[in-house]
Design a protein around this ligand. Structure first.
Ligand SMILES: Nc1ncnc2c1ncn2[C@@H]1O[C@H](COP(=O)(O)OP(=O)(O)OP(=O)(O)O)[C@@H](O)[C@H]1O
Length: 302
């Protein structure tokens, strides 16, 4: 399938500071891709470059196969975005903001009402934005990004300022729009939230892409553990260490899962030494653990 977004060998400097270094990744239609990495890694800079907000030194950005640049924005008509803080006019109401940005004359009223209902912002949409809380402004910013039914939506920290209910409503809406074919590129530091949403992640650190991977592959390669409770944990530990089986540095007996028949051989080994297994738990490492692991052992992908 053709990519809806392709970023190829993007380089960007601010003065003498190199901020993006040969950044390449791609996004396929209908996917939700998370852009993650430490503070200052370059996430917002990538998103701004995709939106044609500044020039870059070298590389290509293609939306639906068409090149974006500071002087060529046409392909961005299919893109909706919320980057950093929503630009809000204090003396306009939320609805007036939506009216200002709605680009379809004929369906304008209907589209506006739809997005108001979906984001549950009816109760304050006719009040002036100067009285909005951080979360209310954020929701209005998201409404503006989604209003014109873009094919690709770019959201920088969309959960900023949202309460748990609003976070869940936004998550449900993103999943619903994805089912209907919309594509999302989302950056967030709230990894527990992001992992409920994304199909793939792109990991960036210090301006370089460390990895692009599906969540499935990440969890398979990185994060399944067996946690054992035995009749004699001390003896069990010694048996495993003597056999060269690596134990994680935790209080429980935790072993990284490497194959489907591994548990049977562990049971056999302990039983040969008179130790019984009382309980086995299968644990998946979460996105945060996987990400920290990736950043600790980083090897830039070719
Ligand atoms: N306009 C600018 N002028 C100079 N340096 C900038 C500018 N914008 C960003 N930078 C620098 O570029 C680097 C990447 O910043 P960016 O905002 O893209 O990071 P980020 O990954 O979005 O970080 P965060 O998670 O903290 O939002 C940082 O070192 C930042 O200081």
């Amino acid at each position: 399938m053709n990519d809806i977004l392709t970023v190829e060998k993007l380089n960007k400097s601010f003065g003498s500071k190199k901020v993006l270094k040969d950044v390449s990744f791609n996004v396929q239609p209908g996917k939700i891709v998370g852009l993650v990495g430490p503070n200052g890694a370059g996430k917002t800079t990538i998103m701004k470059a995709i939106l044609g907000l500044f020039d870059f030194q070298s590389g290509n950005i293609l939306v639906n196969g068409e090149r974006i640049s500071i002087v060529h924005h046409q392909p961005l008509s299919d893109v909706g975005a919320l980057i950093e803080y929503p630009g809000i006019y204090p003396f306009l109401t939320g609805r007036q903001h939506l009216e200002l940005f709605a680009d379809n004359e004929t369906t304008r009223k209907e589209d506006i009402q739809n997005i108001i209902t979906k984001l549950n912002i009816e109760s304050y949409i006719d009040r002036k934005a100067k009285g909005y809380s951080l979360g209310m402004k954020q929701k209005l910013g998201i409404a503006l990004a989604l209003l014109n039914k873009p094919k690709l939506v770019i959201l920088d920290e969309p959960m900023n300022g949202l309460d748990p209910k609003a976070t869940k409503e936004l998550r449900d809406l993103i999943l619903q729009l994805t089912k209907a074919g919309t594509t999302f590129l989302i950056s967030s530091h709230i990894l527990s939230e992001l992992e409920k949403l994304v199909d793939e992640i792109v990991v960036i650190d210090d301006g370089k892409i460390i990895k692009q991977t599906s969540m499935e592959a990440l969890s398979d390669s990185n994060g399944n553990y067996l946690v054992l409770t035995t009749s004699d944990d001390e003896k069990a530990r010694k048996v495993f260490i003597d056999e060269g089986i690596k134990l994680e540095q935790t209080t429980e007996i935790r072993i990284k899962k490497t194959s489907d028949d591994q548990l049977a051989s562990l049971i056999q080994l302990l039983s040969n030494h008179g130790v019984n297994i009382i309980d086995v738990q299968h644990e998946h490492s979460d996105l945060e653990t996987s990400l920290l692991d990736l950043l600790d052992n980083k090897q830039v992908e070719e």
